[in-house]
Design a binder for this molecule. Structure first.
Ligand SMILES: [Zn+2]
Length: 259
């Protein structure tokens, strides 16, 4: 049995009752962390998953609500102690600044006691991130607007990816953060067993209209915009109708979903 354990399902700003984006993908042979929003290391601890037991960490994009828990996670791995290498898959633009960040919080690689391996995503190129877990990143337009505001001439930065994961014959698509539901058009051209989709950067109506008639075995909504709090039942019903009755979960922190 494969499962998803949602450590944090909140939006990009702090809200009561939901932490920042982070999720554990577990198969009979692998344990992978998808995004490292804070306080993922504390939530792993509560779930009795040691940082020493993670096979890989997958970072979809640089935003702090997806990366903010990384230093304490690595500190937890150091103190566990961990000895086997840890691969962190991430946008290439993070590979240079991340070691500087870790040095600044007194976690240089020389201290950790295990090899920390940064591996850059390449859109469309599948990677076996853990035994039996193959992940293909796909680009999203989530950071396009921010690029215009911060540095329109930037090349090689502001990359955001969704993840298309295959494990044990099952296919799980993580939207991560999108610019628009249409960012999922290519990856959802084929049926998927599970879609883990954010709901912060567009209206629920836009998402459900886009999903109508697509082959999604089950939908799990995460990263809920703050103004959707209390509307979970309505969201579930509307999504289920769009997907022709497929199961829909509006995930809460700590929720475990099998697939
Ligand atoms: Zn983001």
């Amino acid at each position: 049995m494969n499962s998803l354990l949602f450590l944090g399902t909140g939006p990009g700003r702090p809200v009561a009752g939901r932490f920042s984006s982070s999720c554990v993908l577990r198969t009979p042979g692998a344990c992978v962390l998808v995004d490292a929003g804070e306080p993922c290391s504390q939530r792993l601890c509560e779930a009795q998953i040691s940082a020493a037991d993670l096979d890989a960490v997958l970072i979809t994009h640089a935003h702090s609500d997806h990366t903010g828990g990384l230093p304490l996670l690595l500190q937890a791995a150091w103190l566990a102690p961990r000895s086997r290498p840890l691969a962190v898959y991430l946008p290439e633009e993070l590979i240079e600044p991340l070691p500087a960040w870790l040095d600044a919080v007194l976690l240089p690689s020389s201290l950790l006691g295990f090899p920390l391996e940064f591996r850059a995503w390449k859109a469309g190129v599948p990677r076996e991130v853990a035994p039996g877990v193959e992940v293909t990143p796909f680009p999203t337009t989530h950071l396009d607007q921010l690029r215009q505001i911060i540095d329109p001439s930037a090349t090689g930065r502001f990359r955001a990816y969704g993840l298309d994961a295959r494990c044990g014959g099952r296919r799980v698509v993580f939207s991560a953060d999108l610019g628009d539901p249409a960012d999922l058009a290519v990856v959802l051209a084929q049926p998927c067993d599970v879609l883990v989709c954010e709901l912060s950067h567009f209206s629920p109506e836009d998402l459900f209209t886009f999903l109508k008639g697509r082959s999604v075995g089950q939908l799990i909504l995460v990263h809920l915009a703050g103004d959707l709090a209390g509307k979970e039942d309505l969201l579930r019903e509307a999504a289920r109708e769009a997907l022709g009755g497929a199961p829909v979960t509006v995930a809460r922190d700590g929720e475990l979903v099998g697939f």
